[in-house]
Design a protein around this ligand. Sequence first.
Ligand SMILES: [Zn+2]
Length: 367
Amino acid sequence: MIQDIAPHFLDNHFEPGKEPSPDSPVVCFNGKDVLLRYDEKTAREAALTPEERPVNFALAESHTPVGDLHFLPTYGELPEGTNVRFLFTYDGVDVYRAKLSVLDRAHNEPGIDYGDALVVANKAQNTRVMDGFLFDSIKDIRQRVILEKNQVFLLMTALQLNNWYIDNRYCGRCATPTVHSPRERALVCPECHRTIYPRILPAVIVAVTHYNAKEDKHKILLTKYSPKTGHAFPYYALVAGFTEIGETLEGCVQREVMEETGINIKNIRYYKSQPWAVVDDLLMGFYCEADSEELDEKGDPVIHLDENELRTGVWLTPDEMTLQPDAYSLTNEMMLLFKSENIHSPADLPLPLERKDIEALEREYYK
Ligand SMILES: [Zn+2]
């Protein structure tokens, strides 16, 4: 999964008042786009329209003293006066985030008020704001596999922190601009003294399994998002949803499966969790079994699909199912364990596999 980056280590311990050196890597966001170092050819190609641009953007080969993080600009490369703040430590290197107000003034589209937000220019293109650098979307970076998993995880964690800073520039209670706490990772309202800490949203992922006695086969319930949700993800996924206020995780698992597929479940067992920065989630994965009297002619529990949420809901055997294109998500790991027949039902948990065993499985299925 994306957070399994050992031997690399991301330490999110906050230290207020840390100052960057010229070599310090800096993460600069524009919405979900991040400023990356590109080679000259790519920079020229980026001047083309999105349709004309080649898909395989190349990252620059150049290396800064921070090795693994050479794809980020350093503090010394950013325009003088760029306002940066300490984010976290990666392999012992302090990483910062920037408020690109200097670039903002020079390159912002006229007539758009970005307020105090991080930058920027034309969001529809990878606008060139500094020689050798381009804004690129994190989603595209993941799909084009131009960075290692540990680097993508760093960017996603930085994005989540960045979003939290931006979303809390004003106190939600009295609308006063907030200030940074001098002691901890928190924003403070100088008017009503409210302290705002980073928020994480709990959500569940559910692998519903079923033993089909007629066919003598184990099956898993896989879904695809409806285009109505605005989710462009075209691959199979598991039932998932956010935990409501006043709800337990187990209650959420039961409710989400019932709402999305109309299926009763039993034997809910926790598997693992995963931070998922794109929507500020902490995902918690559960396996469970269908508990349905109503079977179709094949002997599978009848699915009553919530068509506002999903466009597909199917029972598939390990042989029939297909995995996601990369092994980043908890959803995919849970699907992989079913496909590789390490898990048939929640009764197979806790799993005797260690991280290295799962990585061996990933290599086998993603070679
Ligand atoms: Zn306030």
